[in-house]
Design a protein around this ligand. Structure first.
Ligand code: R5P
Length: 292
């Protein structure tokens, strides 16, 4: 990727310019506007001919971002780019990974097909792999899945004296176990049943957090916060819990509610939010070699 051209979609300028600097690449710019009829106008301010282009676009709230992203990829290719890849610290549309109800679109597969048809490669951080073992199950382009576990463990080690890690559901075991091992902590996972978009039920666990330990609730995504709020309500501990996640989607009022009952709320900066204390730039920079 050395010498690549990093093109940020709106809102991704900081990550793109830091990657361009770290990797000896160039920062690309584009103008994006809207015609009176609501259609997108897009213009690349550089010549991509013969270049490796890395689009940088995290994909929280993805629907408005997708068309400009596809237009940018297509324009770069049309103007002669050698390859066009995507760095998406948060990859959306991974949670609808089966047809839960008759007639539902399995959007994880549809979205993967769409990106695979328009890009040469994809790099992302801790995508929600639950029923899929790997992105290769649904993406037909080369993908690279990075893990923030070591960064989360580093934050815990620096900020929590005696952590006890807790995952809100069975699928969180993978990242909770990895992070717990990295920071030498004990962990447990809860049993969760989803009742609706913002409603879950978590059974009270048969264990308590050891008296001297601080519970650290850890999930891949905090969206409505229902999973962590309900989990915190069911676990008995003598210390205020910490809420930690890779991706802070944090829908309306979620941060306020979590801050009300926890000692800290911390996420990575895969999605821009006021609690994004853990920087992913180094992790991404260290994993771009040999892709393009
Ligand atoms: C579940 O499938 C995910 O791993 C997260 O637990 C979930 O996305 C969190 O969503 P919410 O914050 O809305 O409970």
């Amino acid at each position: 990727m050395s010498g690549a051209l990093f093109l940020p979609l709106p809102g991704n300028e900081t990550l793109a310019s830091r990657l361009a600097e770290l990797r000896g690449g160039t920062l690309g710019r584009m103008q994006q506007g809207t015609f009176p009829d609501g259609e997108t106008h897009l213009r690349l301010d550089f010549d991509p001919a013969g270049k490796e282009v890395a689009l940088v676009c995290t994909l929280a709230q993805p629907d408005q971002k997708l068309l400009p992203l596809l237009f940018a990829a297509d324009a770069a290719r049309d103007l002669g780019a050698r390859k066009v890849g995507l760095i998406a610290p948060y990859l959306c549309y991974m949670r609808q990974d089966k047809r839960f109800h008759p007639g539902e679109a399995v959007t994880s597969r549809s979205f993967a097909r769409l990106l695979s048809q328009n890009l040469d490669w994809l790099v992302t951080v801790d995508p929600h792999l639950h029923r899929y073992a790997a992105l290769a199950d649904i993406y037909s382009i080369p993908t690279r899945t990075l893990h923030a576990g070591a960064l989360l463990a580093g934050w815990i080690g620096a900020n929590v004296a005696k952590p006890f890690l807790i995952g809100p559901d069975a699928e969180s075991r993978q990242w909770v176990a990895e992070t717990a091992a990295l920071c030498g902590a004990e962990f447990a996972v809860l049993s969760k049943e989803r009742l609706g978009d913002a409603k879950v039920r978590i059974a009270p666990p048969p264990w308590r957090v050891p008296h001297e330990c601080t519970p650290v609730f850890l999930d891949d995504i905090i969206s409505t916060g229902a999973s962590l709020l309900e989990g915190m309500g069911q676990v008995v501990s003598s210390k205020k819990p910490v809420a930690l996640a890779v991706h802070g989607i944090l829908s309306e009022n979620t941060a306020n509610r979590l801050e009300g009952i926890s000692a800290h709320l911390v996420t990575t900066n895969s999605v821009d939010n006021p609690h994004a204390e853990i920087d992913l730039t180094g992790l991404i920079d260290g994993n771009l070699a040999g892709l393009a």
